[in-house]
Design a protein around this ligand. Structure first.
Ligand code: FES
Length: 83
């Protein structure tokens, strides 16, 4: 932490923390919305690191509990196991 002056939420798309904060203040309060608006999460890590950053910013700006902030749409294969 603290490597750059502008903290990048998503390094591959060069989205800064400040940009995300502004969007949250403007009313985009879902991780998915931020992703669509900024392209954060569309780069190399496929949201693994930036999801946490974006969720934290939304949490800080809105006070929404982290557990209630909807995750980015990552499809997790759910397969019932046959025994
Ligand atoms: S840091 Fe860029 S897609 Fe996650």
């Amino acid at each position: 932490m603290g490597m750059n002056e502008a903290i990048c939420v998503c390094r591959c798309e060069e989205v800064t923390e400040e940009e995300v904060r502004e969007m949250v203040r403007a009313g985009i309060t879902s991780v998915d919305g931020i992703k669509r608006a900024t392209r954060a999460g569309m780069g190399l890590c496929q949201s693994k690191t930036c999801y946490t950053n974006i969720a934290r910013i939304i949490h800080e700006e809105t006070g929404t509990p982290l557990a209630e902030i909807e995750p980015m749409r990552i499809r997790i294969p759910v397969r019932p196991l046959k025994i």
